[in-house]
Design a protein. Structure first.
Length: 186
């Protein structure tokens, strides 16, 4: 368990807020290691110098995944915010330190079946608006195009109830699904 009285109080606060046992254990490990590291260097955790924080960050990032570093820094920042709220420390010294960012994840992509259902709804709406054989019908490309991650093949026709959709390659690894539709103009 924690040996620093401030860490023990922080962990009791986490338990009182009903944090999961995994969160409590993870925070105890991360903050405990941080406080021990500062203690070995005779640095007061309430006001650690910027150079010491950067040295700790460098040591922490060496050989650890970004997600692990981010998790440990989240625990340490939470500890410092708690200490500032309880007036044990003047503030969060990590607030001014640039830390590594996790890469953004790509958005979830629609499956072909989902695209077909989406286009079927559009077809029904267009059919309800009027007949495509009406002489007032005009061919337009619906804005905005549906975006999907890049498709490795140079051309791939996706069958739909209303005809094929052809992804076209775009810069930055993004393809656009385009389909011309006939709609009736009033």
């Amino acid at each position: 368990m924690a040996t620093d009285p401030a860490l023990e109080r922080f962990l009791r606060g986490l338990a009182a807020r009903d944090a999961s046992s995994n969160t409590q254990r993870s925070y105890a490990t991360a903050v405990g290691a941080y406080l021990r590291w500062l203690g070995e260097r005779h640095v007061d955790w309430r006001r650690p110098p910027r150079a010491e924080l950067r040295a700790y960050l460098a040591e922490l990032t060496d050989g650890h995944a970004r997600s692990s570093v981010a998790q440990r820094l989240a625990a340490i920042r939470s500890f410092h915010r708690w200490a500032a709220r309880t007036e044990l420390a003047p503030g969060d010294p990590w607030g001014a330190i640039a830390t590594p960012r996790l890469p953004r994840r790509l958005p979830r992509v629609l499956e072909v079946e989902q695209i077909e259902r989406l286009l079927a709804v559009i077809d029904e709406d267009l059919a309800a608006a009027g007949s495509a054989s009406d002489p007032r019908a005009a061919t337009v490309t619906p804005p905005p195009p549906l975006r999907t991650p890049a498709i490795n093949e140079s051309r791939l026709d996706l069958p739909t109830p209303s005809g094929p959709i052809s992804p076209t390659m775009q810069p930055a690894g993004i393809s656009r699904l385009t389909e011309s539709r006939a709609i009736v103009l009033p």
